[in-house]
Design a protein around this ligand. Structure first.
Ligand SMILES: *[C@@H]1O[C@H](CO)[C@@H](O)[C@H](O)[C@H]1NC(C)=O
Length: 287
């Protein structure tokens, strides 16, 4: 019965593998109870399912938000988000890294809601030493309210990359040494998320207001995974992490170009009217 016993052992091998994979994903998935604090919203933010799910809600009196307990100096952060469904016009779901103070660094994902059936805009921005004005906006290639999708930030000494479902949509390169453009690398950042009302500008530039009869609006978060470095050691605690020196390979660059060609709605680097004195320095390096 050699064949059946080897079938048996390969089956148990598979079982062990899937057990290990399940265990690893449990360890990696993060737990909102352990990893974040609901920071505002007076009960409108809730951690559910033993820390596996977090929901933020917004009504006429207030929105809500959470922040990570840890600060990261370089990191790879992934979160699955399901955005406000139906008529979400006027609402903004923000998911971002930020440091503190007047010369802060910040890496933003902001999802601008819309009327039912009209597309969300994914608005991104990047502040370095207090200077932002680096907006790039996209439509998504799926309905972000139907399912959870993964939104990630990779921040290493080479670049900051925004990803949607593992596809890079935007890259901000570290051009500090070559072009003198400040790059976030000294100030530790926390991860923040919030759901709030911005009806004066969010949807079609403020033309479409929030329909409060649809409140409360709810956005959900799960599988929060922040793999970051300990602050203050210039990244040396992360030298063993694969993503610390990860660059975009040819395949990733092709995908980035595909997204930018087909889904980009606005890019500050093409907005010559806005910068009559000349486009920001980093724009000449195809950021
Ligand atoms: C909302 O839908 C309109 C019409 O399709 C579109 O022009 C706009 O870019 C969409 N998104 C936002 C956030 O306004």
């Amino acid at each position: 019965m050699a064949s059946s016993s080897s079938l048996c052992s390969s089956l148990s091998f598979l079982l062990v593998l899937s057990f290990m994979a399940g265990f690893a994903s449990l360890v990696n998935a993060g737990n909102f109870d352990q990893d974040v604090d609901i920071s505002w919203g007076d009960g409108r933010g809730k951690i559910l399912n033993n820390g596996q799910l977090l929901s933020l809600s917004l009504d006429k009196s207030s929105g809500s938000g959470f922040q990570s307990k840890n600060e990261y100096l370089f990191g790879k952060i992934d979160t699955q988000i399901k955005l406000v469904a139906g008529n979400s016009a006027g609402t903004v779901t923000a998911y971002y890294l930020s440091s503190q103070g007047p010369t802060h660094d910040e890496v933003d994902f902001e999802f601008l809601g819309n009327l039912s059936g009209d597309p969300y805009i994914l608005h991104t921005n990047l502040f370095s030493q207090g200077k932002g004005n680096r907006e790039v906006q996209f439509y998504l290639w799926f309905d972000p309210t139907k399912d959870f999708h993964t939104y990630s930030i990779l921040w290493n000494p080479i670049h900051i990359v925004f990803y949607v479902d593992g596809i890079p949509i935007r890259e901000f390169k570290n051009l500090e040494a070559t072009k003198g453009v400040p790059f976030p690398k000294n100030q530790p950042m926390k991860l923040y998320a919030s759901l709030w009302d911005a009806e004066d500008w969010a949807t079609r530039g403020g033309l479409v207001k929030t329909d409060w009869t649809q409140a409360p609006f709810v956005a959900s978060f799960r599988s929060f995974n922040a793999d970051g470095c300990v602050e203050g050691d210039g990244g040396s605690s992360c030298n063993s992490k694969g993503w610390m020196n990860q660059e975009l390979d040819g395949e990733s660059l092709n995908r980035l170009r595909w997204v930018q060609k087909n889904y980009m709605v606005y890019n500050y680097c093409s907005d010559v009217k806005r910068f009559p004195q000349g486009l920001p320095t980093e724009c000449s390096a195809s950021n």
